[in-house]
Design a protein around this ligand. Structure first.
Ligand code: ATP
Ligand code: AMO
Length: 429
């Protein structure tokens, strides 16, 4: 029976292992083959005069990154990784890799991100890359667990829609028989409609599509969004939930992803809660003092402004109480000052991670806000109708999974957090 490489110890007597050939060192009379599976590395040592002829012949044919099955005895040795080596009595090539390889898996030759993404299946053989996706998987698992523990219902909403969610722009049009259709930018309208359905607490982790033409290290055209919506809650309630989600994600990674963090050489600190909550007005003041741009109340926060405020704050923080004018139509204005709304962003010092708000639940006010944004209410009729037949007060947020992983692991490019990213120039693989 095949055993995982990590289970081969200096005390193991015999082993059958299957893996990829990570590295070959042929010293003439002696050859070393470093095998790799998803659990670790194992040195196979072939003394050509002593090894069976068939082993020597097969090993000679085996190129780097071929899949091989090797059986033999295990010897303890200080000189090999993990303090043991395998002395083979059989060596079988299961699937031979052609050479040259499109990408050097052993990382001796550095590769550009585009070459890596073009050959993602090879790139992901690297332990450091695989570690990112093990951590991403653990984060998904942890967030699912937390939300189920807190009584949420997981929903799946359509990604094919007839109109924009967040405004009129940034939509990918779709050929949908004789109708006009688009890829959805956000499950916003659907999660709100499920509040009208009485589901009370819903979440969805799914792709969102944004046809933004820019090409940055923190934007994708297809991103993964963690979306929640809660009835009978205000913006502060859902900010509290967002803190629990972030802390649970970091905690799960520190508790369950030790080897992956080691591969990435990361010591993860769990963010302390509560996260500071500063108002938009305070954020503008900080930015105005720190950057050379003209910036005043009512402006969107530029990338430079976000960075300057992030540097000042140094930890995760919320920006609350945004001008109603620069937040989406569904954000609830304060009763005593409707120019300010109950919207917030969750910020990591490097970038925005999440946006959310208490929502408008009154039909007429929502209609007014849609018109005030210059949007046409006709496109929203399916969304507006539920507000006429018993819509509870509610709040929610959308958290970018890719940015969460990117900031958690200090990745320089959001594409590193996504297996097969979609950007301005990339639709394959
Ligand atoms: P919104 O919800 O307003 O569309 P967002 O959730 O997409 O914003 P980000 O994309 O993180 O948020 O944008 C945050 C800020 O980054 C924006 O306010 C803008 O100043 C800046 N930004 C957005 N797009 C680009 C870009 N293509 N290049 C440089 N900076 C950008
Ligand atoms: P927003 O548009 O701010 O809010 O998106 C929420 C979060 O999703 C992530 N995100 C992206 N990540 C990578 N590339 C992109 N192009 C991209 N666009 C968005 C970000 C962002 O903070 N409906 C609201 C949420 C709500 O109020 O519930 C919304 O979509 O991390």
């Amino acid at each position: 029976m095949r055993i995982p490489i990590k289970d081969v110890t200096p005390e193991t007597e015999r082993a059958v292992v299957i893996g990829w050939i990570n590295e070959v060192r042929d010293l003439g009379g002696l050859a070393f083959y470093i095998l790799r599976d998803r659990t670790g590395f194992l040195q196979v040592t072939i003394v050509k005069k002593k090894a069976p002829e068939a082993v020597v012949a097969a090993a000679k044919e085996a190129s780097r990154e071929s899949v091989v099955r090797v059986t033999g005895t295990i010897k303890a040795t200080e000189k090999a990784p993990g303090g043991r080596e395998l002395i083979p009595d059989t060596f079988e090539i299961i699937s031979r890799a052609e050479s040259p390889l499109p990408l050097d898996v052993s990382e001796k030759v550095p590769a550009e991100i585009d070459t890596r993404l073009d050959n993602r299946y090879l790139d992901a053989r690297r332990p450091r890359v695989a570690a990112i996706f093990q951590i991403r998987s653990a984060v998904t698992h942890a967030i699912n667990n937390l939300l189920f523990e807190e009584g949420f219902t997981n929903i799946t909403t359509s990604k094919i829609v007839a109109a924009a969610t967040e405004g009129g722009t940034e939509l990918f049009p779709l050929a949908y028989f004789e109708k006009e259709a688009f890829l959805n930018q956000s499950p916003q309208l659907y999660k709100q409609m499920m509040m009208a359905a009485g589901f009370e607490k819903v979440f969805e982790i799914a792709p969102i599509f944004r046809a933004e033409e820019h090409n940055t290290t923190r934007h994708l055209n297809e991103a993964t969004s963690i979306d929640v919506e809660i009835s009978f809650a205000d913006h502060h309630d859902v900010m509290d939930l967002l803190e629990r989600v972030i802390v649970r994600a970091y905690t799960a990674v520190t508790e369950t992803c030790g080897p992956a963090l080691e591969a990435l050489e990361i010591e993860l600190a769990i963010p302390e809660t509560p996260f500071p909550r500063i108002t938009y007005a305070e954020a503008i003041d900080i930015a105005a003092l720190s950057i050379d741009e003209d910036i005043s109340y009512g402006d969107d926060l530029s990338t430079a402004a976000e960075r300057a405020i992030g540097e000042e704050m140094g930890v995760h923080y919320f920006i609350t109480d945004w001008p109603t004018e620069i937040k989406p139509y569904y954000a609830m204005p304060y009763e005593d000052n409707p120019t300010v709304c109950k919207a917030f962003d969750l910020m990591h010092p490097r970038m925005e991670l999440s946006s959310g708000a208490q929502r408008i639940h009154e039909h007429d006010l929502l209609l007014t806000q849609i018109a005030a944004k210059g949007l046409s209410p006709e496109g929203f009729s399916f969304y507006l109708q539920p507000f006429r037949y018993g819509m509870p007060p509610h709040a929610g947020w959308g958290l970018g999974m890719d940015r969460l992983i990117m900031t958690m692991l200090g990745l320089q490019n959001i594409r590193e957090a996504v297996l097969f990213p979609r950007d301005r120039h990339r639709v394959t693989p």
